[in-house]
Design a protein around this ligand. Structure first.
Ligand code: NAI
Ligand code: MG
Length: 354
């Protein structure tokens, strides 16, 4: 089997960690079983400096025929963050209807976590993020006529549709059924946001009735932030809107030890369009270009991509290799080690033994 994969390293450490993930996948394919035809797209903030856009007008059409997209991170101080994020990552997520963003959180052996001492086995969650609407629907505007006179107003609306809520919840419940702990916690702020999030609650109750074998819980987002820290053992699948899940998944990865560890998949579950795999973290301008980026999140995202492509066994091999490497203490600085991005990557490749 040959897979066609589009690589978009984009900005900052996105480039370093995409190179790491590619090295791991290239080592695996050398071991036989499948091969990868990569095509790299030089889109991002440098492209913007040259062309005035983050990606070309017909960029989505160029990506459409690929089996998957492997993404780094977007954002650089030369471009306003809302311009770079909307111009590339959100354009792909929304253009390809990648409505389910799956973000697992786990302990890795050898990695210190602020929680680990409290409970060894407690952290094993998947945050399921609604990825197509909610607070990131892009609805609103600024009253630019009043700009500069101190009285400007801006409106940022959140969009919740019954179809959008229902599909992400069914996704979360189906996922819960594949896990040891069959439980879905739904996160909102429906006491304060009385329209969209109350619709979310209504749909959650209705969908839950179809899954009587799955335990449910509804938690307000502020309380959930505390629960992540205080009762991690009580969670399995956490389903939340675009903004809430974005925040909670950074918290989750920090609790696991570092933002650099967390992997994610932006899925178009109907497979009408390619799905996109990327680490949860951003472009980290503060450490970019120094070989200090933790590649584990990007390598984990490559493993999720393999799984999506039907290579479950190879995906598990990559995950096991990463665990063996962190357990041996080969770690980047963000998780208390001294190894460089390349050293960790080389150790994972060596561990694969291909
Ligand atoms: P960030 O995730 O880039 O960095 C936050 C902190 O975590 C920094 O101190 C950074 O050094 C550290 N960190 C992140 N990833 C790491 C890794 N792999 N290894 C070691 N340390 C790591 O978030 P920040 O600073 O808020 O945003 C920087 C830029 O990234 C902005 O332009 C932002 O818009 C963009 N961004 C892009 C995302 C994407 O493309 N999916 C997601 C989040 C932010
Ligand atoms: Mg984020």
């Amino acid at each position: 089997t040959e897979f066609r994969i589009a690589a978009i390293p984009a900005d900052g450490i996105g480039r370093e960690v995409v190179a790491a993930g590619r090295a791991v996948l290239d080592a695996l394919q050398a071991g036989g079983g499948f091969s990868i035809a990569w095509e790299e797209f030089p889109w991002g903030s440098d492209y913007y400096a040259e062309h005035g856009v983050m990606m070309p007008e017909d960029g989505l059409a160029a990506l459409e025929g690929f089996d998957a997209i492997y993404f780094g991170a977007v954002g650089w101080p030369t471009v306003p963050d809302h311009v770079s994020l909307w111009g590339l990552r959100l354009r792909i997520c929304q253009g390809f209807d990648q409505w389910a963003n799956v973000r697992p959180v786990q302990f890795l052996p050898g990695i210190e976590s602020p929680l680990r001492k409290a409970d060894e086995a407690a952290l094993d969650w998947v945050v399921v993020r609604e990825n197509s609407e909610g607070e990131y629907a892009g609805l609103g505007g600024r009253n630019l006529a009043s700009r500069g006179r101190g009285g400007e107003i801006a409106v940022q609306s959140a969009l919740f549709t019954e179809v959008g809520c229902e599909r992400i919840m069914r996704f979360a419940f189906d996922l819960a059924r594949t896990r040891t702990r069959r439980k879905v916690a739904s996160v909102t702020k429906s006491n304060a946001q009385q329209y969209g999030m109350v619709l979310w609650d209504d749909v959650f109750r209705r969908v839950a009735a179809d899954y009587p074998d799955v335990e449910t819980e509804r938690v307000l987002v502020d309380a959930m932030a505390a629960k992540f820290v205080l009762h991690p053992e009580d969670l399995s699948v956490v389903v939340a809107s675009n903004l809430n899940a974005d925040i909670l998944s950074d918290l989750g990865s920090a609790l696991a030890g570092s933002l650099g560890l967390a992997a994610s998949a932006n899925l178009n579950p109907e497979r009408r369009f390619p799905s996109m795999f990327e680490p949860v973290h951003g472009s980290a301008p503060d450490i970019a270009g120094r070989g200090a980026a933790n590649p584990v999140g990007a390598i984990g995202s490559a493993a999720m991509m393999l799984e999506h492509l039907g290579r479950r066994e190879e995906a598990a091999r990559v995950a096991a290799a990463v665990e063996a490497v962190t357990a041996r203490g080969v770690r980047t600085r963000d998780v208390g080690g001294t190894a460089s991005t390349d050293e960790v990557t080389a150790a994972v490749v060596a561990e694969l033994g291909v």
